[in-house]
Design a protein around this ligand. Structure first.
Ligand code: ATP
Length: 351
């Protein structure tokens, strides 16, 4: 596999503020990579550094094998798609699509033919003579996409492109963007704070915090094997439950308050303090006797799923059955020992 974008030890300082700390990342040709993390973690800075919109303080950046230091954005042969679409309001869809081609000296007839082709790919053929104000949010997003693909760039960089759309349209557009990526055989880097978007669209997810890559990998590997408590809590919705406890004398369980016990599928170090992590969908209401309990503080049903939250708010359970519990009920829970994660209380590292 060849890396289309290669970042090595990238540092970015904004004055005294250290926004990217020794970030290394290899983006394979044809892959769809999502950068996720909480607000301020540096994902936009990383994307903008690839685009050349930010100057990196130190480190190496290669695009298609070429060192990018000093190469201005317009010569990097990449296209950016922003959440604000950045369409020209006084130009028609066709003019918006062809603008950059015309700027690069492509003739009128050739640009028009290219626009027709791109419009067909992005479902805009019937809208070429409209102005942006005459389009829906999703259609505007498609024009922004069309404008990005028309120059056949080496990579697409997306910065939260769906943030302005309503929930249903977001779901539709993320499928469209992914399908377009596949059709074009493109290389895409996609910034989002929405881990569901990252998990569903990307082949490779990069989780960032405070300017550092905490973990990168295939979406389900991050879900199943988070390297630390931060990634465990960030990936997955609703979020993983965390319970403080101590490993039992026999090493086969985590003793938690109220004499309850979370079973383990492996032997852990007896008497060690730990944080046990269990995903809400891995907690099951017990049929018979249970070793772990909580008192119901809240019940929500969406029709397809029931969400129970414990009285102290610390635990959540999701089941696809309709559960007939009320606030104040004491519920016994079954936990599959193989699905219990353990973390170090101090460092947060996976044990
Ligand atoms: P968000 O999801 O909120 O957009 P982000 O992860 O994309 O967050 P960045 O925009 O990359 O975060 O910003 C990373 C950090 O760098 C933030 O703490 C931000 O305040 C800081 N920062 C960004 N641009 C500048 C700048 N021009 N000058 C100083 N600090 C900046």
């Amino acid at each position: 596999m060849t890396a289309q974008i290669e970042l090595k030890n990238i540092d970015k300082h904004y004055g005294a503020f250290h926004a990217l700390k020794k970030v290394s990342l290899s983006i394979e040709k044809g892959s769809f990579v999502a950068l996720v993390g909480p607000s301020g973690c540096g994902k936009s800075t990383l994307l903008r550094s690839i685009a050349g919109l930010e100057t990196i303080t130190s480190g190496d950046l290669h695009i298609a094998g070429k060192e990018m230091t000093g190469v201005p954005p317009r010569h990097r042969d990449i296209a950016m798609v922003f959440q604000s679409y950045a369409l020209y309001p006084h130009m028609t869809v066709e003019e918006n699509l062809t603008y950059s081609l015309r700027l690069h000296g492509v003739g009128k007839a050739e640009a028009k033919a290219k626009a027709a082709e791109v419009a067909a790919t992005t479902g805009l053929s019937a809208l070429l003579s409209r102005y942006p104000r005459q389009l829906s949010g999703g259609q505007r997003q498609r024009v922004a996409m069309g404008r990005a693909i028309i120059r056949n760039p080496k990579a697409f960089l997306f910065d939260e492109p769906l943030s302005n759309l309503d929930a249903a349209l977001r779901v539709q557009m993320r499928k469209e963007i992914r399908a377009l990526h596949d059709r074009l055989g493109a290389t895409s880097v996609y910034v989002t704070h929405d881990q569901i978007e990252a998990m569903t669209m990307a082949d490779w997810v990069v989780v960032m915090r405070d300017g550092v890559i905490e973990q990168q990998g295939r979406p389900l590997d991050l879900y199943d094997q988070p390297v630390n408590r931060f990634v465990a809590g960030f990936i997955g919705s609703p979020a993983m439950n965390f319970v403080d406890g101590v490993i039992s004398e026999d090493g086969r369980g985590v003793v938690v308050g109220a004499g309850d016990r979370i079973p383990l599928a492996r032997q852990a170090e007896p008497n060690r303090k730990v944080v046990a992590g269990v995903r809400p969908e891995n907690l099951r209401v017990a049929e018979g006797a249970a070793s772990f309990h909580f008192e119901v503080g809240n019940v929500e049903s969406t029709g397809s799923a029931t969400y129970l939250t414990s009285k102290d708010g610390a635990l959540q359970l999701v089941q696809t059955e309709r559960l007939g519990f009320s606030v104040g009920d004491r519920v016994g829970l079954d936990i599959d020992p193989a699905l219990v994660h353990l973390f170090d209380p101090q460092t947060g590292a996976r044990i």
